[in-house]
Design a protein around this ligand. Structure first.
Ligand code: OGA
Ligand code: NI
Length: 346
């Protein structure tokens, strides 16, 4: 048995080295999101029931028929490739440590998502809501809001990424409605908590790993995400993502054209008192090809107090988590993952 320490506690998994079981697609739920747009609540409740089943029994799902135009996704992958192909010195001009609010470029080994490992083998570009530096909330602190940074030397980069970001904000609002229905809450329960959400987006580049692989140095070490849920686009047909299913086995989650992978993050685990546990996942790119991905992490407004929902707590299921603000939670997790962040915060 192996363990991963997450912000929500220790988690176990069966130790099978770097191997993931390949499963028939029928074992990984594919949710047709189309009926969420229906006027008929019965249709929306069916989506919510499928989501609940997926979250409780598997831990993640593919989202189909999500309404985000393929051109928007393709244009963002194209921009990502052009950015990562620019010279190292150019990328380093917008190194993430120069930003007060976690925006910009992270080179190979900048992060160590699994604190017991030796660094992650990916490059990243991070953006989030673009909020001016003189905004009252930014000036007051306790937030990671602030302005985005952009590379000067990559034409047509900001536009596609911003467009993609905006699409995710809209899609994510609808996913929140499905989560609310799945938790037997008012459909708009989360709406007041995601007015100015702490939601970040990354474009990631994973070089191929050849030869013998050190288990402690892979594309991204085993971890759970820190927000409510993550909407992930995988580029090309490179199989590298592995997700821990509800039975504690690593399952390969290859890209399915036209579908996003959605997984639960720590904030949703806290709201639901672990009815929906956050999904452990990792990336190992042994395909021999370059891999690109775009995760979008949808979190609550930074001042929101994350606390187990009353209808998820009873005698049998006492509250597992102390109240904490979304800012305290996410910034605490960043401090564990990023060397640069810890130094600046302390
Ligand atoms: C992450 C992550 C998966 C991927 O950035 O948190 O898990 O496929 N990414 O890039
Ligand atoms: Ni992740």
């Amino acid at each position: 048995m192996n363990i991963v320490r997450t912000g929500n506690g220790i988690r176990n998994f069966t130790d099978t080295g770097l191997v993931a079981r390949k499963v028939d697609f029928t074992e990984i739920p594919q949710i047709d999101f189309g009926p969420m747009a229906s006027e008929d609540i019965a249709d929306r409740l069916k989506v919510a029931a499928a989501l609940k089943d997926a979250c409780m029994n598997v831990g993640f799902f593919y989202l189909r028929n999500h309404g985000v135009p393929q051109e928007v996704i393709d244009a963002t992958f194209d921009a990502a490739k052009r950015f990562f192909a620019t010279p190292f010195e150019e990328k380093m001009r917008i190194h993430i440590r120069q930003s007060n609010n976690h925006r910009g470029y992270g080179p190979l080994l900048e992060e160590n998502t699994d604190p017991t490992a030796k660094g992650d083998l990916h490059e990243a570009f991070d953006l989030s809501l673009d909020i001016p530096a003189d905004d009252a909330e930014v000036l007051a602190g306790h937030t990671l809001h602030g302005p985005n940074v952009w590379p000067e030397s990559v034409p047509n980069f900001r536009e596609p990424l911003t467009h993609y970001y905006d699409e995710m904000i809209l899609l994510g609002r609808r996913i929140f409605q499905a989560f609310a229905l799945a938790l037997e809450l008012d459909e708009d329960f989360f709406a007041p908590k995601i007015k100015r959400p702490g939601s970040s987006m990354r474009v990631l580049y994973y070089p191929p790993q050849e030869g013998v692989i050190d288990e402690k140095q892979i594309g991204i070490g085993a971890h759970s995400d820190y927000e409510c849920f993550t909407i992930l686009a995988q580029g090309g047909d490179v199989e590298a993502l592995q997700v821990l299913n509800a039975s504690g086995e690593w399952i390969s989650a290859p890209p399915i054209p036209g579908a996003f992978v959605v997984n639960i993050g720590d904030q949703m685990a806290r709201w639901s008192n672990d009815l929906f546990k956050s999904t452990l996942h990792r990336v190992i790119n042994r395909s021999g090809r370059e891999r690109y991905s775009i995760p979008f992490f949808y979190g609550c407004d930074y001042a929101t107090i994350l606390t187990p929902l009353p209808n998820c707590v009873d005698e049998e299921h006492p509250a597992k988590y102390e109240p904490v603000t979304a800012y305290e939670y996410v910034s605490g997790r960043f401090a564990e993952t990023y060397g640069y962040f810890k130094k600046e915060e302390s």
